[in-house]
Write a protein that binds this ligand. Structure first.
Ligand SMILES: *Cc1c(COP(=O)(O)O)cnc(C)c1O
Length: 409
């Protein structure tokens, strides 16, 4: 029989969400009349804005006529969308990004997961703790780690604990990493990084020959004008960073699928002889071989995000979710909970009371308020004693959840 990739057997069994499902199911069977409110998932709930729906229809109709039909598209995305991204998401903020540095894709999960394969199999990896699990699991699959311990830490990875003491910001590692995964605004903690803080990382990467893999999937939720939206707002970042963006959360594209990755042409890695090699050309090669691009109708739909109506409509979506975040944050604070995030990010990271363990708080919240959230320890050992609530729910449900929490949790 064919031998499998044994590295997959090292994975900590996708424990978090199945375990949440199991506990919720059990609770539902024991309490069939309970009205559960789910504030755990990282998925949006509002429908796509009408300007995007119209554009999607238009893209589909073009596929119906021989004169406008599209077959295989460019793997990197259509020029019309790459140009819109470069101009609106970067140029308008005074950041230089060329359209051909923008790689349109079907997800920031896929891109942030796939990027590691263009680097050496013995590349040293640094991640924050707690962390978006994709960065870790894809490196486990690729064989860059040893086995996992009972707290969920893999041997061979550099973990950067993000705790209340350091404002949930990673500190410069003592051991030198080749690749450093960063996510701001952060999932799960809702933390953002200032220009000065990011500058420290860009300088560190430059000095140590590291590459920053910067996940900005939540940049549109930033409300503070001082907080950078892109790593490329930091001087020198074009030589050391790759940025991942997504239309999933900002425009409701979790089921429609469109995202992009920016790989600057100044960014180099080293080959075995120590010669510089363009990362842009490697990623282009990778995408051309393994990816067929995003469907034409979806790219036409995505372009509508940048129209004046589209901009107004997605602003409405963001405001809707950030109002939920405010309700959750303030409601929890009134109930005596210490919270973090929820201002420039759609996640509220709450500290449990009296050091209650994350999973105990999960059960407590489920039993006392029939509210489902996500245990912080599921995102990493340093998340123990914390809990993530998401602002992506329905406003009435959010208000009801907070009422219940205030009454009895
Ligand atoms: C939701 C999310 C993404 C977006 O992923 P898509 O594949 O584009 O839907 C990326 N990074 C983080 C940290 C996320 O939470």
């Amino acid at each position: 029989m064919a031998r499998i990739n044994d590295n997959y057997l090292k994975l900590a069994a996708g424990y978090l969400f199945p375990e949440i499902g199991r506990r919720v199911r059990e609770f539902g069977e024991a309490n069939p009349d309970a009205q559960l409110i789910r504030l755990g998932i990282g998925d949006v709930t509002r429908p796509l804005p009408s300007s995007i729906i119209s554009a999607l229809h238009k893209g589909v109709d073009e596929m119906a006529e021989a004169s406008s039909f599209k077959g295989y598209g460019p793997e990197q995305g259509y020029a019309f969308l790459r140009e819109l991204v470069a101009e609106h998401d970067f140029g308008s903020r005074g950041v230089k990004v060329d359209p051909d540095e923008v790689f349109i894709s079907d997800g920031a999960k896929c891109d942030s997961g796939n990027i590691q394969e263009i680097f050496s199999s013995d590349a040293k990896i640094a991640v924050a703790d707690p962390v978006y699990p994709v960065y870790v699991d894809t490196n486990v699959m690729a064989g860059r780690t040893g086995t996992v311990d009972d707290q969920g830490r893999y041997q061979g990875l550099i973990y950067m604990p993000c705790l209340e003491e350091n404002g949930f910001l990673p500190e410069l590692p003592t051991e030198k990493p080749d690749l450093i995964y960063m996510c701001f605004p952060n999932n799960p903690t809702g933390t953002v990084a200032t220009k000065e803080q990011l500058k420290t990382w860009v300088d560190y990467a430059k000095e140590n020959g590291s590459i920053l893999l910067f996940d900005a999937a939540y940049e549109a939720f930033i409300s503070d004008p001082e907080i950078p939206h892109s790593i490329f707002e930091i001087e020198g970042a074009r030589e050391v960073a790759i940025e991942f963006r997504s239309f999933s959360k900002v425009a409701g594209f979790t089921g429609t699928r469109c995202a992009y990755t920016v790989v600057p042409k100044e960014l180099n890695g080293l080959d075995a002889q120590g010669n510089p090699v363009s990362i842009h050309s490697l990623w282009n090669r990778r995408q051309s071989t393994k990816f067929n691009g995003v469907s034409y109708p979806v790219q036409v739909g995505t372009a509508a995000v940048y129209s004046p109506e589209g901009q107004k409509e997605i602003r409405g979506l963001i405001d809707y979710y950030m109002e939920n975040a405010r309700i959750i944050r303030e409601g929890l604070n009134e109930s005596g909970y210490e919270t973090f995030g929820g201002v420039n990010a759609p996640y509220i990271w709450l500290k449990t009371k009296d050091g209650m363990a994350s999973w105990d708080f999960f059960d407590h919240l489920l039993n006392k308020a029939q509210v489902v959230g996500t245990p912080g320890s599921g995102f990493g050992a340093a998340g123990e004693g914390y809990f993530r609530l998401s602002a992506f729910g329905d406003k009435e449900n959010v208000e009801e959840a907070i009422r219940r929490i205030q009454q009895g949790v």
